[in-house]
Design a protein around this ligand. Sequence first.
Ligand code: CP
Ligand code: NVA
Length: 306
Amino acid sequence: MTHLLSLETMSADDMRQVLELAAHLKATRADQTFQPLAGQTWAMIFMKASTRTRVSFEVGVQELGGRVLYLNATDTQLGRKEPIKDTARVLGRMVHGAIIRTFAQQDIVDFAHYSQLPTINALTDDEHPCQVLADLLTMIERCGGYQGKKVVFMGDGDNNMSKSWMWAAEKLDFQLVICAPPAYQPTASYLARFKSGNITCEPDPAEAVAGADVLYTDVWVSMGMEEETQKRLADLAPWQINSALTTKAAPDAIVMHCLPAYRGQEISEECLEAHAGTIFQEAENRLHAQKAILTLLGSPAGQISG
Ligand code: CP
Ligand code: NVA
């Protein structure tokens, strides 16, 4: 594994390796002698807001012995349109790895190419791979595994989270049902890229959740889509995860949410609080999953490319 740019480009073996190492690092977190990033500085370039991703990466790099440099649009020349390929070539000569949250997927692809640094996708408009790896760790802990399970992704079925879930289902062999109105389903050409038969669309929430092991949701208005807020809230209202819907899933079904949650929109207050144990375990697992990713990508201290 050289980079983590998407689950689309990540192999199933690499996903399994991350999950195995994440469970080990979680169980041995108190052991502070494991410092694979000692002597390294990782840049965190965040062009969108973040709580969980920022904190879990900052803590994760530090627990592994490294340092972080948090960079955003306001305080860097990226906000004044300096090209990503120039920023990449500068950072490539100074730091050891990069963690990037931005809009266009192509920007992180370009960054990885021009910087020659191990590069991690911390969310783009296309994918949120670190979140789904943490979610899979949570499924292992809560459901005993993911293989053969049925996951229902409710709400905006055509966003970064649903897409990372689709690639995970394709490669790790579980059933994923996208439950969304037609305008919020993945396009036919995107769906045509999946060959496993593991991914289906079912617009009817009651039909979709029948026998489901996991009900999953995400915000209805992703970052960058704020102008569509009123339309999205109206269009997606019937696709809320609430207590009435969860009774139609498998009796021991879990509810998951990547957070932040908007109560009364994609999930009811009652349902979120009833499943808070799982949902905040998911948030914690961001730290463990990302420490595994950082460990696997971290280059030996002192090796600077460029
Ligand atoms: N789930 C997630 O990525 O949260 P943040 O936007 O707070 O990082
Ligand atoms: N789809 C959401 C995920 C937030 C973690 C967004 O992009 O805003």
